[in-house]
Design a protein around this ligand. Structure first.
Ligand code: F6R
Length: 364
């Protein structure tokens, strides 16, 4: 079933344009250019607080979702990893919507957090890949991702499909909250429908990334930096790299660098900067300069405008298409996945079955 691919992870990375298109086809209506969610028996417009809970890569998808929901719908979002959330016994907002994100729909801590919220009267929504899973059954509102079975232990296509659903959810919430006008909704729909083509453009860099992997593979530590909705992409890039190549990697919010991690910087610690051009790009460029001034080697992932402005002097650059902020995290997921994949190939590790990891974590 791997077809011509060497690994399931590689196959699943390359499936992303297809599965994201498939996911979006049930969340956007092309005919009238609107965002659509499945039927629900509660009033979405009455939601004025949200809680998001998940683990690992699904948690990073949730972090991106928080940026979008707060920015577009102006609904405040609390977010935590499930293992902390369930035991800190958080007070929950009256009439709140609690959203659980899980590829498997079976992760023990996430399920326990779901039940905690349900018992306290929250409305429960779940973004899951496995439609027959426990979380899918227990949710009031099931938001399926339609990614198809994910075999590689490191999550890839489920992540981008989770992001696609979160983008649609953020837009729909913005519409019902009166924060997004009709014209803007149509624009968002247009951009979402462009996502599969942009993912393909990102995948076209497979060979460059494979070549670059040889310069990253000898590193003992790698830092990833990002800002705003791209900060979780730095966390995800670092997680993917450590999971499958066993290189120590950390993701930081770009602005946090000078509060500690900059002490690690020397010529042996590559810094992967995830920074589409935009209003905050300048700030990221100055963070890059701080890295370079200390002999640090930067891999810059940006679009043509960003690379023109800051690409010079980098160890390597990867050019992404220029995209709307609502799809940037989906598109930028691809180069960080490919980088982890190719570094793992150079190191000769078991990509689909990394040591110590299980696909579905149904014990605490
Ligand atoms: C990372 C990875 C894990 C899962 C996490 C949650 O590549 O796959 O971090 O994301 O174990 O699993 P689900 O989404 O099934 O709840």
């Amino acid at each position: 079933e791997r077809g011509n691919y060497r690994h399931f992870m590689q196959k699943e990375i390359f499936e992303q344009p297809t599965v994201v298109a498939q996911t979006l086809s049930s969340y956007v209506r092309q005919a009238d250019q609107t965002v659509a969610l499945p039927q629900m028996d509660f009033d979405l417009s009455s939601i004025d607080r949200m809680t998001i809970v998940a683990c690992g890569t699904s948690y990073y998808a949730g972090m991106v979702g928080r940026y979008w929901i707060e920015q577009f719908a102006r609904v405040p979002v609390d977010i935590d990893v499930a293992s902390e959330f369930r035991y800190r016994e958080p007070p929950l907002p009256k009439g709140g919507l609690a959203l659980f994100i899980s590829q498997s729909g079976e992760t023990a801590d996430t399920l326990a957090a779901l039940r905690y919220c349900k018992a306290r009267g929250q409305t429960i929504a779940a973004i899951v890949n496995v439609p027959t899973s426990t979380m899918a059954r227990e949710a009031d509102l099931l938001l399926p991702i339609h990614a198809g079975p994910e075999i590689g232990v490191a999550s890839t296509k489920a992540f981008t499909c989770q992001l696609a659903v979160l983008a649609a959810l953020a837009a729909k919430l913005a519409v019902v909250k009166g924060q997004m006008q009709r014209a803007e909704e149509q624009e968002v729909v247009r951009h979402l429908l462009e996502a599969p083509a942009c993912l393909n453009q990102a995948l076209d860099h497979d060979d460059d990334i494979a070549a670059m992997a040889h310069t990253i593979a000898p590193a003992r530590d790698v830092l990833y930096l990002g800002r705003g909705a791209d900060f979780p992409m730095a966390l995800e890039g670092a997680l993917k790299l450590k999971e499958i190549s066993y290189i120590h990697a950390e993701g930081y919010a770009s602005g946090e660098m000078k509060h500690g991690p900059i002490a690690l910087i020397d010529e042996d610690v590559p810094v992967v900067v995830i920074a589409p051009s935009g209003p905050l790009f300048e700030k990221t460029v100055s963070n890059m300069q701080e890295v370079r001034a200390r002999g640090g080697q930067v891999v810059l992932i940006s679009d043509a405008d960003g690379l023109a402005e800051a690409g010079e002097g980098c160890l390597a650059t990867i050019e992404m298409p220029k995209v709307h902020p609502l799809i940037a995290p989906l598109v930028y997921a691809v180069p960080v996945q490919l980088l982890a994949y190719h570094v793992a190939l150079v190191k000769g590790t078991d990509v689909d079955q990394p040591r110590n990891l299980a696909k579905s974590v149904t014990v605490e």
